[in-house]
Design a protein around this ligand. Structure first.
Ligand code: FCB
Length: 474
């Protein structure tokens, strides 16, 4: 099948400041929650990453050459406000002006995320998204950026609120690495949605003419079997991973059935329900009516089987994101049906799940104006062949196969009525990964980290063909 895309459909690449910039100690940048955490772990360093701080022009030139029409990138909050709030660092501001000017020169449209997992250290120590001061500081930082960078026409408030909170307070893979705290997880997620709503509403009040959206990590959750117990386990997992945040950001109201599922999860764990105020709920409602788009990050799906046993110790960093969370909390256990292929990191490859989550947003959230797939791609173990020259092309047939299947599923969803306006491959160039360091490569462009030289992967030429023709080749 050769999926086709509307003429104005955008093909882009994705990145995040901390994963790509490197230069974490340069030009007055403040520390973030990861610095201490990674130093203590001693497994890998965020420097040099892809040294985008010094290679942005080269990467944007390559983007232009290979049909990448837009780049999702994030601003490192602590380059602009090293302490999170207070004094501005002009060198950080100047850097992003240079990046956006290079985007313009190379005809690459920037889609700019304000928070991609990199809370400034001081604010993190005060409680991160659990602290009201963090919310105030975030609103000030966002307003500063809206005023300072009118050249940006597409803003993204927060990347993956759920995955941030779950990994901080439930599975413990992100700092402060707490485990088994659903109360904190839900509160941090709600607080992120409130912060998101405040800046959507502020942006609309400023009348700057651009568009603003949020990015969610969404995986379709299927019951392992038709049994009512498995169906209920899937509904609980879905409430935890998708439904609460889709409701809060796209409908602007948490549906009673959604809240009942969340209540069941916290009750099972003897924890209190998250708190809201009437003012916050009004802010969520207003923001949902003003939101221009939702971004979907989808890599895999999940299958849930009812689990009746006692809590178990979970295993950090194995399997799909959050794998062990459900088991730990008696929601259910993940079980892969036979015949479903997985990546080297055990992420199930299931393009139908992409189609289904896009249709669900289109059908269940009628306020949604547009959908972008803001992340999708496959992590592979790749190496530079011995004796490589400048012209060496890195073969990555597995990536081409994965992208073809997922893009076909997106084309199907568009045919079925989903208003999907663009696709961003994770990632543009190989980057640093939060929990796997440098072993997991996602890029269209290969980065030889020691020399910072870029090489083209086969998938880059394939991507160019898709972007030029808007048709997926055989
Ligand atoms: C997403 C993150 C992104 C990247 C990919 C693989 O959860 O948004 O930063 O690590 O996963």
């Amino acid at each position: 099948m050769n999926g086709t895309f509307p003429k104005d459909f955008i093909f882009g690449g994705a990145s995040a400041a901390y994963q790509v910039e490197g230069a974490t100690k340069e030009d007055g940048k403040g520390r973030v929650l990861w610095d201490d955490f990674l130093e203590k772990q001693g497994r890998f360093s965020p420097d040099p990453a892809a040294d985008f701080y010094h290679h942005y022009d080269e990467d944007l030139a390559l983007s232009q050459k290979y049909g990448v029409q837009a780049l999702r990138l994030s601003i490192a909050w602590s380059r602009i406000f090293p302490d999170g709030d207070g004094a501005v660092e002009p060198r950080g501001v100047a850097y992003y002006h240079r990046v956006f000017a290079a985007c313009k020169e190379h005809h690459v449209e920037p889609f700019v995320t304000l928070h991609h997992f990199d809370t400034p250290e001081k604010l993190h120590e005060e409680g991160d998204w659990l602290s009201q001061h963090m919310l105030d500081a975030f609103v000030d930082y966002a307003k500063f950026c809206f005023k300072e960078f009118p050249e940006v026409k597409y803003w993204i408030t927060i990347n993956e609120p759920t995955s941030m909170a779950v990994q901080q307070y439930t599975s413990g893979t992100f700092p402060p690495a707490e485990t088994g705290r659903f109360d904190k997880t839900f509160q941090a997620e709600h607080n992120q949605l409130v912060a998101h709503a405040r800046i959507v509403n502020a942006y609309k009040e400023m009348n700057l003419g651009g568009q603003i959206g949020i990015v969610h990590a969404l995986q379709t959750v299927y019951p392992y079997s038709d049994s009512p117990a498995d169906q209920h386990a899937a509904a609980l997992q879905d409430a935890l991973e998708n439904r609460l945040y889709l409701d809060g950001s796209l409908a602007g109201v948490y549906a009673p059935e959604t809240l009942a599922l969340v209540q069941e999860i916290v009750d099972k764990n003897d924890e209190p329900m998250f708190k809201t105020t009437p003012e916050e709920l009004a802010e969520l409602k207003l923001a949902a009516t003003q939101l221009d788009f939702v971004g979907v990050n989808n890599y895999f799906s999940k299958w849930l089987k009812a689990y009746a046993g006692a809590s178990e110790t979970h295993h950090n960093g194995t399997g799909a994101k959050g794998t062990s969370v459900s088991r730990l909390h008696g929601i259910g256990e993940e079980k892969l049906p036979e015949g479903i292929e997985t990546t080297d990191w055990d992420w199930p490859i299931y393009p139908r799940g992409m189609h289904d989550i896009l249709m669900r947003i289109q059908n269940d959230y009628p306020l949604t104006k547009a959908i972008y797939v803001t992340e999708n791609g496959i992590g592979l173990k790749e190496e530079l062949p011995a004796g490589a020259t400048d012209d060496t092309v890195i073969p990555d047939p597995k990536r081409i196969d994965y992208l073809g299947k997922y893009l076909n599923a997106i084309a199907d969803a568009i045919k079925d009525g989903a208003n999907v306006k663009g696709y961003f491959i994770w990632s543009l160039q190989d980057q640093f990964s939060w929990t796997n360091g440098y072993s997991k490569r996602y890029g269209l462009f290969f980065v030889d980290f020691p020399t910072q030289k870029r090489y083209i992967k086969q998938s880059a030429s394939w991507f160019k063909q898709v972007s030029d023709t808007h048709v997926i080749p055989d």
